[in-house]
Write a protein of this length. Structure first.
Length: 86
């Protein structure tokens, strides 16, 4: 969905700045071509719930969704354990 929005935005910019037609005609042509599809896509996006940072739940986190949780890329060996890991 975001790729489609980006595609519409890029096509609008390309049509606006790269053609040799007078600016007013080019703008009006571009708006008439893209307006309906952009408004339809915007309406669909407004009806979707926002994706928040707390929507994703870290299964191995002991805290609440509002607490920061990060896993390291690697662990230092711990000779006190059998598996040499923390």
């Amino acid at each position: 969905m975001k790729k489609l929005n980006l595609l519409y935005s890029l096509s609008f910019l390309i049509l606006t700045f790269s053609c040799a037609q007078p600016k007013n005609n080019l703008y009006n042509d571009t708006v008439s071509i893209l307006k309906d599809s952009l408004l339809l896509q915007a309406q669909k996006n407004l009806s979707e719930p926002p994706i928040t940072l707390t929507a994703a739940i870290a299964v191995r986190s002991m805290g609440t969704p509002n607490e920061f949780f990060s896993e390291g890329d690697y662990w230092w060996p711990d000779p006190k354990t059998q598996q040499d890991l923390m």
